[in-house]
Write a protein that binds this ligand. Structure first.
Ligand code: ADP
Length: 367
């Protein structure tokens, strides 16, 4: 076996990128035990019995259950491994081809969502050090553009946060909530959201850093703000090519890549859930529940053409275009390996198991 195979396991029947019908990939990333967990002699409750499999020791129900996903990344897997083998490259390629694609990082607070997406946080955590899959995707995106010589691309980035069902612009320090509106052309959108044109990778990194900075300032003095909010970094990729049959006509194609760091999925402890906190907890749990309902309805061919409950939360409204038939989605379910967290790990794996197949169609606009 190669060294890659020892770090992760691929499910043999579903493969890395999936077939045309396999439009949601669900991968699991298990973070290493943290030093404080090792110090407390917390032990690892997860094992990797086979390809694409993860087994969790369920102490509450007194048995171990095996869950199967497209890929399971073991604690030793690097950021590059996750980028390379999660199917994320294919999502970037598809977004360049005019599809709307979504990456969702799901899991309890502390399971590694932010680390996986944007690398380690805090003092000394420079972007060159263990860059996250979003940073790696930025480089890959501009490489892809360079190779597509016959098309002109314009990239815009917007970055927002949903906190307690309110939308805040992370690229605008104003504390004003943005209303979510609907129009025939645009679908659901956050009104007055900044969209910054990014000419190169450096511009995109700048947008990411600016947004993170504004989020930090905002979350100052607000207990657990960052674990209770969802962040959406949305890249709009507009390509123009001359129509080969009629050189005066341009064909415009717009793809989208939504990179979503979801709020912590943990159940809030009842003792902490009073007043304002209770409202927040309900809204967070509700939006994750609605997201799960939308994804499983989209994944089920019998329900796909019926009612998808996007309208039930801000998060799903803003992701409606990306999830509903545009392109491909990748859920990265992040889990802790420790026994203490096993009940939350099981609940994350159950949630992730509900996500299956979504059908695609490209967005093509003619001018
Ligand atoms: P979340 O965003 O899910 O709340 P974080 O990404 O903040 O969790 O991760 C919690 C802590 O664990 C951070 O200190 C982070 O640097 C560390 N961590 C998470 N995943 C990994 C990993 N794969 N390798 C090393 N450290 C990790």
């Amino acid at each position: 076996a190669s060294s890659q195979e020892s770090l992760m396991s691929l499910s043999s029947d579903e493969g890395q990128g999936g077939s045309d019908l396999d439009n949601i990939n669900v991968v699991v990333r298990v973070r290493p035990l943290a030093s404080h967990e090792v110090g407390k002699k917390d032990i690892q409750a997860v094992q990797f019995p086979g390809e694409g499999q993860i087994m969790v020791d369920d102490q509450i129900n007194g048995h171990s259950r095996v869950y199967t996903f497209n890929v399971v990344f073991e604690p030793e897997a690097s950021q590059e491994d996750v980028f390379e083998f999660s199917g994320l490259k294919r999502l970037v390629d598809m977004a360049l081809d005019g599809f709307a694609c979504t990456v969702l990082a799901y899991g309890q607070t502390g399971a590694g969502k932010t680390y996986t997406l944007t690398g380690p946080q805090g003092e000394g955590a420079g972007i060159s050090h263990e860059p996250g899959v979003i940073n790696l995707a930025f480089s890959y995106l501009y490489e892809g553009i360079k190779q597509r010589k016959s098309e002109d691309f314009v990239i815009h980035a917007s970055y927002l946060e949903i906190y307690n069902e309110h939308v805040l612009d992370l690229l605008n320090p104003s504390p004003k909530h943005l209303p979510v509106r609907w129009s025939k052309d645009k679908g659901f959108y956050a009104e007055n959201l900044f969209a910054v044109e990014c000419e190169d990778e450096g511009d995109l990194q700048g947008v990411l850093e600016e947004g993170k900075k504004n989020r930090q300032v905002r979350s100052h003095n607000m207990n657990e703000h960052s674990s209770r909010s969802h962040t959406l970094l949305v890249l709009t990729l507009t390509a123009e090519t001359r129509d080969l049959d009629d050189p005066h006509t341009f064909i415009r194609r717009q793809g989208k890549l939504s990179l979503v760091d979801l709020a912590g999925s943990e159940k809030t402890k009842k003792t902490n859930s009073k007043g304002e906190t209770l409202v927040e907890a309900n809204n967070i749990n509700k939006s994750l529940l609605v997201l799960g309902n939308c994804i499983s309805a989209l994944a089920d061919p019998r329900k796909r053409s019926g009612h998808i409950p996007y309208r039930d939360s801000c998060l799903t409204k803003l992701l409606a275009e990306s999830l509903g038939g545009g392109g491909m989605a990748l859920m990265i379910a992040c889990v802790s390996p420790s026994r203490t967290n096993a009940p939350e790990t099981i609940s994350t794996l159950r949630y992730a198991s509900r996500a299956k197949r979504i059908k695609t169609k490209p967005i093509v606009r003619m001018d």
